[in-house]
Design a protein around this ligand. Structure first.
Ligand code: KIV
Ligand code: ZN
Length: 387
């Protein structure tokens, strides 16, 4: 595959993810997560917002010193003080990046009370300043998806001319839909001079549950960097989930022929670590990393799975770092699954014996959400006692 087909994965678990109320991580936890992201093949790690606090600065600096392969990025608002502080933290990395942003939509322009021309000047000055410090500069027009198209094109052109090497297009409030997400990237690529010389990134929030779809639509239109977080951690409904875009690009490579550098077998472990250190449990039915993502309870599904796993699974559990599919025994399970589970536990049953155990199993399953191995052993032992 050519370099053009590579999609860079930019992880912002430690910056946008940590902005979720209550998700604060300790210094040591951030270093651990950054180490796992680096090992997993994340191209760019947004390690924090150095001006935000002494703790954030120290974490970004330490992650910069520790990083082996990933580019380490820090966030800075559009002013020299933020950008200088960010550079002080990331300059220790082998491959540093400064990410600076300003809100360009009418609602966001009203906050610093800048008119369009004043904001354009601010973008020119701040991106130029960042580029004088660092070769690798990312610029984001916050709330891009609610910014007037002409003004968005104007500001993106200014940032590119001032030296930005990546232009990130945030859907800050999770408002866009897949078709619009694609059209926006396509429009920018067509209209902005110099757009073909930089990388466009997509940064989606999940307020309407469309972050993954919007990110993939942007890639199909020409974006080559996806910004995301582990488990979709992030403010409100969160950010695009890293594990979802990575596995979607892997499993549906037939229709989305782009590659990432992520070792997907490390997804489950990092998901669990992020859930544990952030205190944000992963919902059971979460795609890819949820407890039930590779679990089957119904008899029809279990029977199909025991014959051929592809009947009800589109990816192998091993591909995301799980050992095996989880056949969960409950009231919807059938004889085939019960027989297979009992065999695993060392009980080989004939047809008549199975018939009897199956009746007792169903009575038990009606009383319990899930029948565990210990329950089955007790069931077998009580059968022995009765015999
Ligand atoms: O959602 C957003 O707009 C952001 C920016 C700071 C890039 O996180
Ligand atoms: Zn964001």
């Amino acid at each position: 595959m050519s370099e053009q087909d590579k999609v860079f994965i930019f992880d912002t678990t430690l910056r946008d993810g940590e902005q979720s109320p209550g998700a604060t991580m300790s210094h040591a936890e951030k270093l651990e997560i950054a180490g796992l992201l680096d090992e997993m093949g994340v191209d760019i790690i947004e390690a924090g917002f150095p001006i935000a606090s002494e703790g954030d600065f120290a974490a970004v600096k330490a992650i910069s010193e520790q990083a082996k392969n990933s580019v380490i990025c820090g966030l800075a608002r559009a002013n020299f003080k933020d950008i200088d502080r960010c550079w002080e933290a990331v300059k220790h990395a082998k491959r540093p990046r400064i990410h600076t942003f300003i809100g360009t939509s009418p609602l966001h322009r009203a906050i610093p009370n800048l008119n369009m021309d004043e904001m354009a000047d601010r973008i020119h000055e701040t991106v130029t300043h960042a580029r004088n410090l660092c070769d690798n500069v990312q610029w984001s027009p916050m709330d891009a998806t609610r910014t007037e198209e002409d003004y968005l094109c104007r500001t993106v052109e200014i940032a590119i001319k001032a030296g930005a090497t990546t232009i990130n297009i945030p859907d800050t409030v999770g408002y866009t839909a897949p078709r619009e997400s694609a059209a926006l990237i396509q429009m920018l690529l067509e209209r902005v001079p110099g757009a073909d010389e930089i990388i466009f990134a997509t940064h989606c929030h999940n307020d309407l549950g469309m972050a993954t779809a919007n990110s993939l639509a942007a890639v199909e239109a020409g974006a080559r960097q996806i910004e995301c977080t582990i488990n979709g951690l992030g403010e409100r409904a969160g950010n695009t989930a890293l594990e979802e875009v990575v596995m979607a690009l892997k499993v549906r490579n037939d229709i989305m022929p782009y590659q990432t550098g992520i070792d997907s077998t490390k997804l489950m472990n990092i998901s669990r670590r992020v859930a544990s250190v952030s205190g944000f449990a992963v919902q059971f039915n979460k795609a890819i990393v949820g407890k039930n993502a590779f679990a089957h309870e119904s008899g029809i599904h279990q029977d199909g799975m025991l014959k051929n796993a592809e009947t009800f699974e589109i990816m192998r559990p091993e591909d995301v770092g799980l050992q095996a599919t989880n056949i969960v025994l409950g009231k919807h399970s059938g004889r085939a699954a019960l027989r297979s589970k009992l065999a695993e536990l060392g009980y080989e049953l004939g047809d008549n014996q199975l018939k009897d155990v199956f009746v007792r199993f169903k009575t038990l399953a009606d009383q319990k959400k899930e029948v565990y191995d210990d329950d089955l052993i007790a069931l077998m032992q009580s059968g022995d006692a009765e015999a």
